[in-house]
Ligand binder design. Structure first.
Ligand code: 6PG
Length: 474
């Protein structure tokens, strides 16, 4: 009966009532929007309909019934797993859609898929927005960061809803129109790449403190908690501190030590690295984060290798407090370098794909709601506000000052890790990138000479214009 009253009353519909879809829908309903959900799973539909006592929410397990609930032209959001599921839902919807209807893909879709889908749909008169949503279950329910891209006119229709449900920082919603086509999904992909990089950096600080300094979980909880009070303040550091105090229900021991050390992934970090390679704009910290997740899966081989290459982790002989301060500063430096790589890739991609991204806006909407929210984003936002054409964060006067101050700590930490035998690949990649980027000369002349030597690929000279080739052997 209630659903009948709601015919064509709902402002937006959600397809996929998993935890994210359901939470986002309830968030919208709490902000006084009339919303409808669709899922084939009857239990999810029943459970959402039960919420209708408190909220203006409706749910259906039949696509026609669901669509009948929506105001025309309809706005339909998809929160289903990226990939074939998105295409399957679009196919299912198409026979019932009308010109002017709008599909919003809010999953972690690959940006090139988004462009293809948008092109196909606009030919049928259907608008398509690719929207990144970050913040996990909590964010969806109480305020995510939202990264929309696609036709501006379509975005304007949905803006009041997004603006109401997004996280707020200084009363500003963490959402903004980012650009045409797949701009939203591209930015979300980079968000996730940075997420991978920072998670790996934090994991390496854990490793060096656990295996190098023999710290226990209680000490680690305290250290991350303290670090989170200062300039490192960030969501990822906050949850890391909390993780080390969590007890396992089964054993009563710390849960972290019961978790299998094999990392999984859904692909967004790899896509970032792939895009960086395609656009020839390096992101080595992110690449190494992906690489280590991949390597973590080779458990059997690593077990064998640990037998072959036996070398116990050396005993740390330095001053603990000094090292901890260095580690804290080094993490801050590496975090800046990681954000810098992600933003530099956005700068290049914006030109290549004509997204016309505003990097200050992106930094601004990442300050709240999302997984990579961090106090550092204030400085990053300011850097791009001060210079809208800044091609790289490492050229910003303030952040370069910070890096100058912290770089010695980064070197000290890595040197110490090498001596101890604790792997810190993301730290090393960050320093290698930093040292290469700040180097006015790189040994690429030798690369050119080698290319010309074995393949007549030619080279340019420092003292004359043109292209040259040498007969390297008589
Ligand atoms: C977010 C997260 C979210 C998801 C990650 C996990 O912004 O809310 O990034 O999108 O949890 O994609 O990615 P992996 O499974 O690849 O680690």
């Amino acid at each position: 009966m209630k659903n009948e009253q709601a015919q064509q009353q709902c402002d937006i519909g959600m397809i996929g009532l998993g935890i994210m879809g359901r939470n986002l829908l309830l968030n919208m309903a709490e902000h006084d929007f009339c919303v409808a959900g669709y899922d084939k799973d009857e239990t999810k539909v029943t459970s959402l309909n039960q919420e209708s006592k408190q909220h203006d929410v409706y749910a259906a397990s039949n696509i026609k019934d669901f669509l009948a609930l929506l105001k025309a032209p309809r706005a339909i959001m998809l929160l289903v797993p990226a990939g074939p599921a998105v295409d399957a839902i679009i196919e299912e919807l198409l026979p019932f859609l009308q010109t002017g209807d709008l599909i919003i893909d809010a999953g972690n879709s690959y940006f090139k898929d988004t462009d293809n889908r948008a092109q196909k749909l606009i030919a049928k008169g259907i608008y398509f927005l690719g929207v990144g949503i970050s913040g996990g279950e909590e964010g969806a329910r109480h305020g995510p960061s939202i990264m929309p891209g696609g036709p501006k006119a379509a975005y304007d229709r949905i803006h009041p809803i997004f603006s109401a449900v997004a996280a707020k920082v200084n009363n500003e919603p963490c959402v903004a129109y980012l650009g045409p086509k797949s701009a939203g999904h591209y930015v979300k992909m980079i968000h996730n790449g940075i997420e991978y990089g920072i998670m790996q950096l934090i994991a390496e600080t854990y490793d060096v403190m656990k295996r190098g300094l023999n710290f226990n979980d209680e000490q680690l909880c305290k250290i991350y908690g303290e670090w989170n009070q200062g300039e490192l303040n960030s969501y990822l550091l906050e949850i890391t501190g909390n993780i080390f105090s969590k007890k396992d229900d089964r054993t009563g021991k710390e849960l972290i030590d019961q978790i299998l050390a094999v990392a999984q992934q859904n692909g967004t970090g790899m896509w970032t690295s792939r895009s960086a390679m395609e656009l020839q704009c390096p992101t080595p910290t992110i690449d190494s984060a992906v690489m280590i997740r991949d390597l973590s899966v080779f458990t059997e081989q690593r077990r064998n290798a640990s037998e072959i290459y036996q070398r116990a982790i050396k005993k740390f002989t330095g001053v603990e407090n000094t090292f901890l301060t260095q580690l804290q500063q080094a993490l801050y430096a590496a975090m800046i370098i990681t954000y810098a790589q992600g933003m530099a890739l956005l700068f290049v991609a914006s030109k290549k794909y004509e997204y016309d991204l505003d990097l200050a806006t992106i930094a601004r909407i990442w300050r709240g709601g999302c997984i990579i929210r961090a106090t550092l984003l204030e400085d990053i936002c300011t850097a791009f506000q001060n210079n809208g054409d800044l091609p790289h964060l490492l050229l910003d006067p303030h952040l370069s000052h910070v890096l100058m101050a912290n770089q010695e700590d980064l070197r000290q930490v890595i040197s110490q890790a090498i001596v101890l035998g604790v792997p810190m690949p993301a730290f090393m990649a960050s320093l290698g990138y930093f040292d290469s980027y700040r180097s006015a000369w790189l040994p690429a002349n030798l690369i050119q000479a080698q290319r010309d030597y074995f393949g007549s690929h030619t080279y340019q000279r420092i003292d004359a214009t043109g292209t040259f080739h040498t007969q390297w052997e008589e």
